[in-house]
Structure formats: structure tokens, C-alpha cells
Ligand binder design. Structure first.
Ligand code: UDP
Ligand code: MG
Length: 140
């Protein structure tokens, strides 16, 4: 399997509860390397561009407001099969369905406030990394 990079976001529900370190430990324990990371405050408009793919979904407005409700930690994770591996570590979107030991099973508060984002494919990973980071900021 090839070495990949994927975009991860630690969402406002998790940064508010001071869970950045605990979540990062799960990524690192799974063999994912954090090759870029920054804590930022998004505006609803910036969150809206990021989640544009969901703009027709009923939860879009609420999702954008939530993502702008506090700081987020945006990060690039690198490793063998990083895109799928990160999705595995994250767990299912709805914490009620997330496997034991996953980030969402342990930390998510609801299907909306579910602690982490992770890219779902190679093309979206590349696009999402480029939304937040320049090449100079990726230090593998
Ligand atoms: N979301 C929501 N309600 C839903 C489904 C999704 O609020 O019924 C939110 C949730 O924060 C989720 C994000 O929208 O993480 C993006 O949804 P997606 O289906 O892409 O889930 P993910 O890829 O994050 O598991
Ligand atoms: Mg998604």
C-alpha cells in the first residue's frame, strides 16, 4: 500500500473539551504521522466552502455554524493507506454506530458534533489539504 496524506480536523466540540492530545495519541498509536498542524478559528463562510459538497443537505447550515463555533485543529496525517486508516480510527459518523475504541465512540457528542473530520478519498484529500496548507507547511 502506498504512503498517503489525508486532511484531518479536530472539531470545536473536541477542542473545547481539551481533547486534542488524546485524539492525536490515537492517530499516532495507529501509525499515522502528523506532518502539519495548526489551530485556527473558521468563519461560517470558510466552513461553508470546505463543506460545499453537503450544501443541499438539511444539516448544512447547522454544520457550518458548528464548525465556526470555536477553534479547530487542522492537520495533515501521513502513512501507509492513511486515508482509510484515519477513517478507521475516527469511527462511524454517528457515534452510536462507531466501533469501540474509535475517536467518535469515545469522544463524539452527537452525529453533528462528532469530534473529527477526515477526508474520504484521494481526490478530496488533496483538495482539502490544499484548502488549509501550502506545500511549505507539510513537513514529512
Ligand atoms: N452531519 C450531521 N448530520 C448528519 C450527517 C452528517 O450533522 O445526519 C455532519 C457531521 O458533523 C459529519 C459532517 O456532517 O461529520 C459531514 O458528513 P459526512 O456524511 O461527510 O460524514 P463524515 O465523513 O464526517 O463521517
Ligand atoms: Mg465526509
Amino acid at each position: 500500500m502506498a504512503v498517503e496524506r489525508t486532511l484531518s480536523i479536530i472539531k470545536p466540540d473536541a477542542t473545547k473539551r481539551n481533547l486534542t492530545g488524546k485524539i492525536n495519541a490515537k492517530f499516532e498509536d495507529a501509525g499515522l504521522r502528523i506532518v502539519a498542524q495548526k489551530r485556527i478559528q473558521l468563519t461560517p463562510a470558510q466552513a461553508g466552502v470546505f463543506y460545499e459538497v453537503h450544501k443541499e443537505r438539511p444539516f448544512y447550515g447547522e454544520l457550518c455554524d458548528f464548525m465556526a463555533s470555536g477553534p479547530v485543529v487542522v492537520q495533515v496525517l501521513e502513512g501507509e493507506g492513511a486515508i482509510a486508516k484515519n477513517r478507521e480510527v475516527m469511527g462511524a459518523t454517528n457515534p452510536a454506530d462507531a466501533a469501540p475504541g474509535t475517536v467518535r465512540a469515545e469522544f463524539a457528542e452527537s452525529v453533528g458534533e462528532n469530534s473529527v473530520h477526515g477526508s474520504d478519498a484521494a481526490d478530496t484529500a488533496a483538495q482539502e489539504i490544499a484548502y488549509f496548507f501550502s506545500g511549505l507547511e507539510l513537513v514529512g
